[in-house]
Design a protein around this ligand. Structure first.
Ligand code: ADP
Length: 422
């Protein structure tokens, strides 16, 4: 899939650059051609103008005066289309046959290649009364002037320049195709990683949903197998179904939170919050469970800390951290929560003396669906999404979360949050 996108991107980029190159090259060529011919065209116009002034009535030999540019020659065209050389000598490189082919130029600037030479030419109207020229006892009625210049040097220069442009474009295009391929490949790396992450997320979510569904299905089938059994007799199966349903609905709502968080749909409802109150609420919520498990719980937040945050999300964050601490701490263990101000930040620690996390697992605990011990954590009701959500909440508050842990000794979760602005 990504190979196809890569190819498409490279081709698209190359086409866009090729078009830019062609337009730019064409403009450059046109500009240079104009610059090369502009001087000749201007001189020719000046010379024609001077010819008109001096030769109100054409005479043989009159075209010799004034001579601004020896490269520009003026010829006469009569009403029958004959070209007459007004100079008293034949012009080298412009034979009568060539002159005849040049004569059909029209009133536009043209560059023509005839035999061995390139000619720049244009006809100009010439309308004086009685424009009769007598040459070799023949009368010509003059209608137009034909300006001609041999432009072999300019045309050769233009050809060379065109060659340079085309070669440059071929080399440039090859470089662009290679660079385009390389850049497209680099640009696709994060997209590919995000796609794979998303794919993995969907696969994990489906897998997690399949387990409770299988348990529900098999328990329901067993219930059907003994239709005469009373509810009392089947309590275990019914309890299984209820437990897995609760688990599934919790999982679905967590997945929804993460999906909405990914789509940036969840906004933080920031407001003034007393951190001690939030912690106290969560602690009260977990107190019965802590007592039941014989765990000692200490809260060390002597200083009243108020900060700007989303109260609901902060509560959710501490529920996740407390839940983990309790889940992974055995009987007679200890959990302590402390908080203290550090300049513009508040540092919260949740420390337990539980099973701890192995060093090899520590880098992955914030990954979605990561569980160090899958069987054991599932028994405890974990699906591996708690810390991913905790991280999202902390980051949304522009804070940081990190964990230190030693297997068999305990875990320390640190959360640092800005006190004032989000
Ligand atoms: P879960 O719902 O499985 O607890 P979490 O994302 O909250 O998922 O945690 C990911 C994994 O990190 C857990 O499965 C567990 O292996 C490990 N973990 C998290 N908190 C603790 C803790 N306080 N003590 C030991 N292990 C922990």
């Amino acid at each position: 899939m990504f190979q196809k996108t890569l190819r498409k991107l490279t081709v698209l980029n190359s086409i866009v650059f090729l078009l830019i190159f062609i337009v730019f090259g064409g403009m450059l060529y046109g500009y240079i051609a104009r610059q090369l011919f502009d001087d000749i065209d201007e001189s020719m116009e000046e010379k024609v103008e001077a010819f008109r002034l001096v030769n109100g009535r054409p005479r043989l030999g009159a075209a010799q005066t004034p001579l601004f540019d020896s490269r520009i020659l003026i010829f006469l065209l009569d009403i029958e289309g004959n070209v007459i050389n007004p100079y008293p000598f034949p012009i080298e490189g412009i034979s009568p046959e060539i002159l005849t082919s040049l004569a059909d130029g029209g009133g536009e600037w043209q560059t023509k290649k005839i035999q061995d030479h390139a000619y720049r030419l244009r006809t100009f109207p010439y309308s004086y009364q009685d424009n009769i020229l007598v040459k070799e006892a023949k009368e010509y009625r003059i209608k137009e002037l034909l300006g001609v210049s041999i432009v072999d040097f300019e045309v050769t220069m233009l050809h060379r320049f065109l060659l340079v442009i085309v070669t440059g474009q071929i080399i440039g295009m090859t470089a662009i195709i290679l660079a385009g391929y390389f850049l497209a490949r680099r640009a696709l790396i994060p997209i590919q990683a995000a796609w794979e992450k998303q794919y993995q997320f969907v696969a994990d979510a489906s897998h997690e949903l399949r387990t409770p569904l299988t348990v529900i299905k098999s328990n329901a089938e067993l219930l059907l197998r003994y239709p005469k059994h009373t509810i009392e007799l089947e309590t275990i199966r019914i309890r299984n179904v209820i437990r897995e349903t609760i688990r599934m609905s919790k999982l679905v709502s967590t997945l929804l939170t993460l999906a909405r968080a990914d789509a940036d749909e969840i906004e933080i409802q920031a407001g003034p919050v007393i951190l001690n109150e939030v912690i106290q609420n969560v602690v009260e919520q977990f107190e019965p469970l802590v007592q039941m498990q014989g765990i000692e719980l200490k809260v060390e937040c002597s200083e009243v800390i108020s900060l700007v945050a989303d109260k609901e999300r902060l509560q959710q964050l501490f529920v996740i951290l407390m839940d983990n601490a309790i889940k992974y701490t055995s009987e007679f263990g200890c959990i302590s929560i402390s908080c203290r101000k550090q300049s513009s930040q508040v540092l919260i620690k949740v420390i337990d003396t539980g099973i701890g996390i192995e060093p090899k697992d520590l880098p992955y605990v914030f990954n979605r669906f990561f569980r160090a011990d899958k069987v054991r954590t599932r028994e405890k009701g974990g699906v591996g999404l708690g810390l991913a959500i905790a991280q999202w909440i902390v980051e949304k508050h522009n804070g940081k979360i990190w964990i230190k842990s030693e297997s068999g000794i305990g875990t320390e979760v640190y959360v640092s949050l800005p006190i004032e602005k989000l």
